[in-house]
Design a protein around this ligand. Structure first.
Ligand SMILES: O=C1O[C@H](COP(=O)(O)O)[C@@H](O)[C@H](O)[C@H]1O
Length: 261
């Protein structure tokens, strides 16, 4: 069942990143207190990396037990290990190299020079198996119940590497698929599918900047998920849109009324 989106609009993208980082720290600490460990799915893109950089700069980051955190990715650009355009390379630079993570709990999506070579579909299947191995009987299917799954929203409403009208966004069975011919470079990618995204307890969609305004308005105004993939991203218990004022500027008044004078 879908959870209705809740909106939080911050003044600007810096404040949004700082507030989202604070929110994430609290979620991780709470999950570790109640379940022993936490699992978070990271996103690439400007807003996702902004959040990680804000987290790296937050003194409260020391409240997290980094050794009891599983990190997964929502999507990856299918490029060689260490390529500066890979989402994990950017995440390492922004945060991961500065905190004491357990390397066994950092679940990178495969690279194009990994065990499956340039076969992106085999790489996607391998990641699906890794997720399935991590899922326990308490989970609802072949993916763990992630505590928080974050998604950047592209100006075309794409989330992860689910682009409008491409086959990946229509996938109802597999949890991870290879993407061929993405409109945003690089064309070859690996992505979680909507069913895998919806296994998360909380899904957070990050949208800051004027170039996200139209996408946010479309996705939050009842568009279909095939045309607007962000509209199909929701969590089991919560779906949270974290926006800045610029990204919220085209939302219908019923969703985001103008502040009273
Ligand atoms: O290519 C990608 O783009 C989206 C959105 O990125 P942004 O820079 O427009 O915020 C991102 O969420 C995704 O993970 C990434 O692979």
């Amino acid at each position: 069942m879908s959870t209705a989106p809740q909106l939080v609009v911050h003044r600007d993208k810096e404040l949004m990143a700082q507030a989202a980082a604070a929110r994430l720290i609290t979620k991780i600490v709470d999950a570790q207190a109640s379940r022993g460990s936490a699992s978070v799915v990271l996103t690439g893109g400007r807003n996702g990396n902004g959040l990680l950089a804000a987290l790296a700069a937050a003194p409260a980051r020391d409240a997290v037990d980094w050794s009891r955190l599983d990190l997964w990715w929502g999507d990856e650009r299918f490029l060689p290990e260490g390529d500066p355009e890979r989402n994990i390379t950017q995440a390492r630079e922004a945060l991961l190299d500065t905190v004491p993570l357990d390397p066994k709990r950092v679940h990178a999506m495969p690279a194009s020079d990994g065990p499956d070579g340039a076969d992106v579909d085999a790489a996607a299947a391998a990641y699906a198996e890794e997720l399935a191995r991590a899922a326990g009987p308490e989970n609802h299917g072949p993916v763990p119940t992630f505590d928080v799954l974050m998604l950047g929203v592209g100006p075309d409403t794409h989330v992860a590497s689910l682009f409008p009208e491409l086959p990946a966004v229509r996938e109802t069975d597999r949890t991870v698929v290879g993407v061929h011919g993405a409109p945003k470079p690089p064309p070859t990618r690996v992505t979680l599918t909507l069913p895998a995204i919806r296994a998360a307890r909380e899904v957070w969609l990050l949208a800051a900047g004027e170039d996200k305004a139209q996408a946010a308005a479309i996705a939050l105004s009842g568009a279909g998920e095939i045309q607007a993939p962000a509209a199909g991203a929701y969590g089991r218990s919560r779906t949270l849109w974290l926006l800045d004022g610029a990204a919220a500027s085209q939302l219908p008044r019923s969703l985001y009324p103008p502040a009273s004078a």
